[in-house]
Design a protein. Structure first.
Lengths: 389, 216
């Protein structure tokens, strides 16, 4: 039987306060920033085995293992754990809820210390760099200077890319999965419709829904349903649902839940309401829309720092299709960054990055195993971190 | 056309690359230390790993076989998965010192385009090919059978090699594409370096490795 990570706990820490406010890339300040995070495994004496997990749009700090009362393990439990590709017997893994989120880290639903009310739309607009600033502050708090690797899928992969470009000296390795360095018009279009659904919901009240005792539930769940369609391939939906009728006993067609796929989407939309905030959805999707890191950062600095990258896409992903990953690879490779790229065959579309697909997991394992080996070679030969890379 | 042939005696000594497979050792021998190398059809990255570890080279491999690519990544070689026939446009002009195409050309759909891309990507190319003109191939054809040998071990219906050529055909083709042969290493049927006289090269060689330069 596969060994388990055991019970885990979500921690929370205040990383920025009035004395040390967070200055955002856009120039605005946040007077209080709390971050929720989890860690798995043990930090080595040399502090050279830390891996940071960047989560996707609706993820959270609970990447692996079981918390008390959990009905399912963390969202990337297939990848992280003893003997798994991110092997917690050898690695110290950190995952934090990102800034602007709603699962324990400060976001637009948090209380604005200046007013005592939730920020709402007064929360400043964020950029990808802000997520990385807060991740780095958490590492400093944990006493970790360098990362063996940063790993992320989708929006998580975009954070890893931002981190790689802005602070390559902190990353020995970067794993960027099913991500993009520049959203297409179609990508932005989908995000825009999701946001419209939320903002046009009468219960949105210009973002002051908490004060009004409401929640733009219809808008948020529609945004989620729409997004969910983009996370699966047509093939995957056909395999999962086909044209199956939800309730064969029901008489005739109507405008309810006739097909199984409708039931699934409605369920996804409804359960999302219990764990996600509409404002976070607006803020985080907007960050993705504007993300264009190669316009700001010269990847040659990454080559100089010696950071190595693994970029992975999935052949049926149409949310961030392989061409998005190839663009990242092209930019890095032309700057002479050591970069590996794989397009993994999978029927599951964008969602594949969360699933246990052997070829994908073995690729990550190969890359991370080699990364670990490289640090051991460095320690053994007493060289500097850059010496043997 | 005269072709400068490297014989074993004139090489810098194969001992530099002793633990590489024969033909890879020949290829490695043609690559200067510190070069930036693009290896098309790199397999598990044996050549690049060797050049990076021992000869200060840097580089990228290209392959499509999932198992081989994973092994290459595990060994620390950077590999980009793409289709050599369709996607060499991903690499910039003159972005490498040398591009290696070892035992791949005969399996490409459009050899002329692949070679044109290689010549765009680097000033020098190394191409290793099996020789269809080998006497034993000719003998098998005379007896009415499709050629097979250690260098070309596939049945006609099961071979990835769709563009076979003799060394004479190939050299004519390369010249037409604007390549100058800077060096040619002949291999026997077992893949060992052989010092055949030029007049017999096309009859006796199992394979050959070419170092090519753009004709300016």
């Amino acid at each position: 039987m596969q060994r388990q990570i055991g019970q885990v706990r979500t921690e929370q820490v205040r990383l920025f306060d009035r004395d040390h406010p967070l200055v955002l890339a856009g120039g605005e300040q946040l007077l209080e920033v709390d971050v929720s995070y989890e860690t798995y495994g043990t930090l080595s004496e040399q502090r050279d085995n830390a891996v940071f997990i960047c989560h996707a749009l609706t993820g959270d700090a609970h990447a692996a293992g079981w918390r008390e009362g959990d009905r399912r393990p963390g969202w990337w439990d297939t990848l992280i754990g003893p003997g798994k590709p991110l092997d917690t017997d050898r690695l110290f893994v950190v995952c934090a809820n990102l800034l602007g989120g709603c699962q324990g880290t400060t976001g637009p639903a948090s209380t604005n210390p200046a007013t005592g009310e939730p920020y709402g739309l007064d929360f400043p607009l964020l950029q990808m760099a802000d997520f990385v600033t807060v991740h780095r502050a958490l590492l400093a708090h944990l006493g970790i200077e360098r990362l063996l690797a940063a790993v992320g899928g989708s929006l998580g992969g975009m954070q890893v890319l931002q981190w790689t470009l802005s602070h390559p000296e902190q990353l020995d390795n970067a794993v960027i999965i099913a991500a993009s360095s520049r959203l297409s018009a179609q990508n932005i279009g989908f995000s825009a419709v999701g946001r419209e659904a939320i903002m046009r919901d009468p219960d949105f009240h210009d973002g002051r829904y908490t004060e009004h005792g409401t929640n733009p539930a219809a808008g948020l769940s529609i945004a989620r349903m729409l997004a969910h369609i983009t996370y699966l391939s047509e093939e995957a939906m056909a395999a999962k649902f086909g044209r199956r009728i939800q309730d064969p006993e029901a008489t005739g067609p109507g405008f309810g839940v006739d097909f199984a796929v409708e039931s699934y989407l409605r369920h996804q939309g409804d359960t999302f309401l219990t764990r996600f905030d509409a404002l976070s959805y607006l803020y985080l999707t907007r960050v993705m829309d504007w993300f264009e890191p190669f316009g700001e950062h010269d990847p040659r600095a990454v080559a100089e720092a010696g950071t190595r990258a693994l970029v992975v896409s999935f052949d049926t992903d149409w949310r961030f299709a392989t061409e998005h990953s190839r663009e990242i690879v092209r930019r890095l490779e032309s700057a002479r960054v050591p970069v590996s790229f794989r397009e993994i065959a999978s029927v599951w579309g964008h969602d594949s990055f969360l699933l246990e697909i052997e070829d994908y997991h073995e690729t990550v394992r190969a890359f991370v195993d080699r990364a670990l080996e490289r640090t051991h070679e460095t320690v053994r030969t007493g060289g500097t971190a850059g010496g043997t890379r | 056309m005269t072709i400068p042939t490297r014989t074993p005696g004139r090489r810098r000594g194969p001992s530099r690359h002793l633990h590489l497979r024969d033909e890879l050792a020949v290829v490695a021998d043609l690559i200067a230390d510190g070069s930036r190398v693009l290896d098309l059809g790199c397999g598990d990255g044996e050549l690049l790993g060797h050049l990076e570890r021992r000869h200060g080279c840097t580089g990228t491999g290209v392959d499509r076989d999932p198992g081989a690519v994973r092994r290459a990544i595990r060994s620390g070689v950077s590999v980009i998965e793409l289709d050599v026939d369709e996607q060499l446009g991903e690499f910039g002009d003159d972005s490498y010192d040398v591009v290696v195409l070892s035992k791949v050309l005969q399996a490409t759909r459009r050899p002329a385009e692949v070679l044109a891309q290689m010549s765009r990507i680097a000033p020098r190319c190394i191409v290793a090919v099996p020789n269809f003109g080998l006497w034993s191939h000719r003998w098998r054809l005379l007896r009415g059978r499709m050629p097979m040998s250690r260098q070309m071990p596939y049945d006609w219906h099961d071979t990835p090699n769709i563009h076979n050529a003799t060394l004479v055909d190939l050299e004519e083709f390369l010249a037409g594409l604007g390549f100058t042969v800077e060096s040619r290493v002949l291999l026997d049927e077992a893949g060992r370096v052989a010092g055949y006289p030029p007049a017999l090269a096309n009859l006796l060689s199992g394979a050959a490795v070419y170092l090519l330069a753009r004709t300016s």
